[in-house]
Design a protein around this ligand. Structure first.
Ligand code: CO8
Length: 263
């Protein structure tokens, strides 16, 4: 499935079930203009809806993951126009965060501003040794506007998020690993393959349970414990109407642990 000029959904040839959302606007280091944003939303909808896709990699190529929202496009927007513009970027990134399957960001090169915010919408982040992450918006006289003030502190805590957002500094991948902003650091040329390997292990898992686990964790992080436990209980009970639950528990009873296979 080919989404548009700057964003494609590709199958990974060696890993059936893994789809790649490939952002490809190299002349602007993959900066998110209106069209790229729209195409990311379409790509997120496509991989979400396709049952053959069991896990997703976000990848921008070797030089840059995404260098941010398109500053040249934004520079002259009015307040009224920005209200709409920022809504469409937030909506596109939320569509990525809600993909009901394991998603990893493969970060080679720059993941700045809206690029870092896009990476925050994945479940996991793998970065190359030379990758640079950060929220440099303060240096443009603004603040992160695509989730950075919300998703970043949820991941790394408020003090580290303020350090990054107040300073706008670029963070190297080893520091990003230390603060929990990335999960794995590998040689730059191995970023893509390491990211694929990280999610490929889930493609044979029970898809409905994986989606339920993701939603319960993500929604639960946004609410109080009681509500979160209720979200968990409803998802848990709901899984008792799935073939995977039946197959998983029958397999345990008949053959012991770890032998179940899922559709
Ligand atoms: N927007 C537009 N164009 C960009 C961007 C960007 N964010 N980043 C790079 N480019 C362009 C450059 O202008 C240049 O174009 P040209 O060749 O036509 O001059 C081309 O990409 C290559 O970039 P450089 O020559 O600058 O490459 P360097 O290797 O010298 O530097 C950097 C790479 C360090 C990444 C540098 O390009 C840079 O600092 N880029 C901007 C990073 C940044 O500030 N990002 C944050 C943007 S603001 C943001 O993301 C807000 C998000 C929330 C918005 C919510 C409402 C929409």
């Amino acid at each position: 499935c080919n989404v548009g000029e700057f964003v494609r959904v590709e199958a990974d040839p060696e890993n059936p079930g893994v789809a790649v959302i490939r952002i490809d606007r190299p002349k602007a280091l993959n900066a998110l203009n209106g069209q790229v944003t729209q195409e990311i939303a379409e790509a997120a909808a496509a991989v979400s809806a396709d049952p053959a896709v069991r896990a997703v990699v976000l990848y921008g190529g070797e030089r840059a993951f995404v260098a941010g929202a398109d500053i040249k496009e934004m520079a002259d927007l009015t307040h009224a126009r920005m209200l709409e513009y920022s809504r469409s970027l937030q909506n596109a990134l939320t569509a990525v965060a809600r993909i009901p399957k394991p998603v990893v960001a493969a970060i080679s090169g720059y993941a700045l501003g809206g690029g870092c915010e896009l990476a925050l919408c994945a479940d996991f982040r793998v970065a190359g040794t030379k990758a640079k992450l950060g929220q440099p918006e303060i240096q443009l006289g603004v603040i992160p506007g695509a989730g950075g003030t919300q998703r970043l502190p949820r991941l790394v805590g408020p003090a580290k998020a303020k350090d990054l957002v107040f300073s706008g500094r670029h963070v190297r991948s080893d520091e990003a690993r230390q603060i929990g902003l990335v999960d794995e650091v590998v040689a730059d040329e191995e970023v893509y393959s390491a990211a694929v390997a990280l999610v490929a292990k889930y493609v044979d898992g029970p898809a409905v349970a994986l989606a339920a686990a993701k939603e319960a964790i993500d929604r639960g992080m946004e609410t109080d414990l009681d509500t979160g436990l209720e979200i968990e209980r409803l998802h848990f009970s709901g899984l008792f109407s799935t073939e995977d639950q039946e197959a998983g528990m029958r397999s345990f009873v008949e053959q012991g642990p770890g032998k179940a296979t899922f559709n």
